[in-house]
Design a protein around this ligand. Structure first.
Ligand code: PLP
Length: 382
């Protein structure tokens, strides 16, 4: 047998900018790793203790394929208390991470050739997932020199009679941009006018810097929005793999059918941990988010003080998107040289789409001490 047995798409290795730089870093020592969005914190102990207790009690079986009813109720309660949004359990599907939630949603809505508008730079799996579902990703560049703001008119111009959905991610990975209420209202208007679905990835909802605010897109466009979110970032639960979809029950029902066929149900004990986390949101999230915000401020001030770098305004998320154009290097060249010379691992901006060229993404995932050292290393670079 040879490679021809593979799907044509996988017969040749696909370029993977992130994997290339990370595999090089894995062969080195003394590297400060500010690449992937997985902060150094361990999941808070009360979550782990609750899960161990429930494991010993025998909660080791499959759950309902939609996820545990009590977890779906906790999600409804979270949106009601925090955002005064009223959802029913039938409008919630528990998934094996937000990324998996996005995948099954796209599988549930797209027919071959359907178009999905994606402002970019963006979380790159969106692009692959649209293609895997038979759709066509239509990338719309955001404003490189104005903090990567979305252009409503550019999005509007990208709409065709094949457009089915727009993927929104605010607070944004990698740019840190947070949409304003008026931008959210304009998107709502567009979606209603053209009968489009807004897919709102709100995984960084808790990470909003002072002067910015987060309101779920569903508050503006309840009939046209499916929210994609999860536990990974707010509760330091990346490895537990719990995400969720919230949206109109008939869309959730279709997504559930896809989920049934590929995973059946999300891991039971991880769902137990997620329910505990959601029910103790404020006390668990405040210390984690507080530390990340301090680290982001440190990165923003430290790198903006260096003449060759400037940080795109950070409205939210856990990342600084750093303009390296003044070094004279492109994104990949810069990230490789920073790694080789100074042993700091960052992600080239064009890993998130062509419009990220000239930038690198720096994740606030290490202690303030390590971030200070990384800033020193950036300063020695030029
Ligand atoms: C925008 C965005 N969505 C989704 C995810 C993945 O979340 P999960 O760990 O829940 O799959 C990430 C992870 O970095 C992300 O940045």
């Amino acid at each position: 047998m040879d490679k021809s047995i593979l799907n044509k798409h996988y017969q040749q290795a696909q370029p993977n900018i992130l994997a290339d730089v990370c595999s090089k870093a894995a062969t080195m020592t003394n590297v400060i790793d500010l690449s992937i969005g997985d902060p150094d914190f361990t999941t808070p102990s009360p979550i782990i203790e609750e899960v161990m207790y429930k494991a010993h009690q025998g909660m080791t079986h499959y759950t309902d394929t939609r996820g545990m009813g009590s977890l779906r109720a906790a999600i409804c309660n979270y949106y009601a208390q925090r955002y005064h949004l009223c959802f029913d359990r039938n409008e919630v599907l528990i998934t094996t991470g937000a990324e998996h939630g996005m995948y099954i949603l796209l599988q549930a809505i797209l027919n071959p050739g359907d178009e999905v508008i994606i402002p970019e730079p963006c979380f790159s799996p969106y692009i692959d997932q649209v293609k895997m579902a038979g759709g066509r990703p239509c990338l719309v560049a955001t404003g490189k020199d104005n903090g990567f703001k979305i252009s409503i008119s550019a999005i509007s111009q990208a709409i065709t009679n094949r457009t089915k959905a727009i993927i929104i991610n605010s607070p944004n990975n990698p740019t840190g941009n947070v949409l304003t209420n008026s931008e959210l209202q304009s998107l709502t208007k567009l979606a209603e006018q053209h009968d489009l679905l807004l897919i709102s990835d709100e995984i960084y909802a808790d990470y909003v810097m002072p002067g910015h605010s987060f309101i779920p897109l569903a508050a503006f466009a309840p009939h046209n929005t499916v929210t994609v979110s999860g536990m990974s970032k707010s509760y330091a639960m990346t490895g537990w793999r719990i995400g969720y979809l919230v949206g109109p029950s008939w869309i959730i029902k279709a997504a559930q059918q896809v989920n049934d066929a590929i995973t059946f149900a999300a891991p039971t004990l991880s769902q137990v941990g997620a329910e505990y986390a959601l029910r103790h949101h404020d006390e668990l999230v405040t210390p984690i988010v507080g530390q990340i915000k301090e680290r982001l401020r440190l990165l923003e001030h430290g790198l903006n003080n260096l003449t060759k770098f400037s940080v795109s305004p950070i409205g939210g998320s856990i990342y600084a998107f750093v303009d390296v154009r003044r070094t004279g290097f492109g994104s990949i060249e810069f990230a490789n040289k920073l790694l080789e010379k100074e042993r700091v691992l960052v992600v080239p901006g064009n890993a998130f789409g062509p419009n990220g060229e000239g930038f690198v993404r720096v994740a606030a995932t290490q202690t303030k001490g390590k971030i200070t050292e990384a800033i020193n290393r950036f300063s020695q670079f030029c």
